[in-house]
Design a protein around this ligand. Sequence first.
Ligand SMILES: Cc1ncc(COP(=O)(O)O)c(C=O)c1O
Length: 356
Amino acid sequence: MKKHNYSAGPCILPQEVIEKSAQAILDFKHSGLSLLEISHRSKDFVAVMDEARALVLELLGLQGKGYQALFLQGGASLEFLMVPYNLMKENGKAAYLDTGTWANNAIKEAQLFGETLVAASSKDENYNYIPKHYTVPQEANYFHCTSNNTIFGTQMKAFPELAIPMVCDMSSDIFSRQLDFSKFDLIYAGAQKNMGPAGTTLIVVKDEILGKTGRAIPSILDYQKHIKAESMYNTPAVFPVYACLLTLQWLKKIGGIPAIEKINQAKADLLYAEIDRNPLFKGTANIEDRSSMNACFLLQNEAHAETFDALWKAAGISGLAGHRSVGGYRASMYNALPLESVQVLVAVMKDLETKV
Ligand SMILES: Cc1ncc(COP(=O)(O)O)c(C=O)c1O
């Protein structure tokens, strides 16, 4: 039986992506070779990379607007470092919004390069809200924010209007909701939530913001070198990029971001309604900042944990344990999680009322 997979990432992928990936490992495009043993320079793989890069821009509505899509390695964590390397001028400054563990990790890397201003932080309330009404210092070379805070279950619903480049870590909500993506000058996201398996990172960057720092950048960390090499500066993560292409094709087929946004909203509405209705549970994030991807909640009474855990496990649910920084439970409802899985979880939460 397929589990209801609530894992925070790596996480559930569309079934057809798993099946087509498995087929490609056995025999890639009837070539008599496995996807795992073909050259990244082969005609078939170059076509995969080209289509994946183009489809990213198409789905985000960024085609022909001066953006490039890259599939690199090193995870979103390497982008914490590549962003300041490529965008912070010698003796420059950067501004960051501190909304959680990952934002904080990004700040720590930027501090290695120059003055890093924290425009606002929600650390005072264990990151259970998104700061509002802050000002971004306009002397900064760029502003960095995290659209969805995977660990704390908060999500930015609005983004500032800025005259300086805006950089966003969209690791855990890319392709999940409609935004004006052209407001961002650089977006990055580890693949392992809404795109594919771990092993590649998507970067979407506007050409015009690059090459302005006066820094010498090591080649492997230089976005311009990767753009020039069409995302093949070094051997790309062949299998993860192919799986990402399959997910992007799946998303396009079902109607793109507008269609998945409706499904994601329905899932989040259903679960949060139960968290708010059921007296045995409470949500941890500020209601207006709740994430549609990661819902964090606690039991009102810890003594019910054993019964609840047994119930959801018996219902075929996996990956519901909360992150240690928040405790309790975290239901990650990425694009590929069907509404039916949320219906099962809600039924289990209701069932708990009859058992305690
Ligand atoms: C919002 C966010 N940023 C960055 C990361 C780190 O990603 P990676 O493990 O790909 O370095 C994660 C991982 O979960 C994340 O959720």
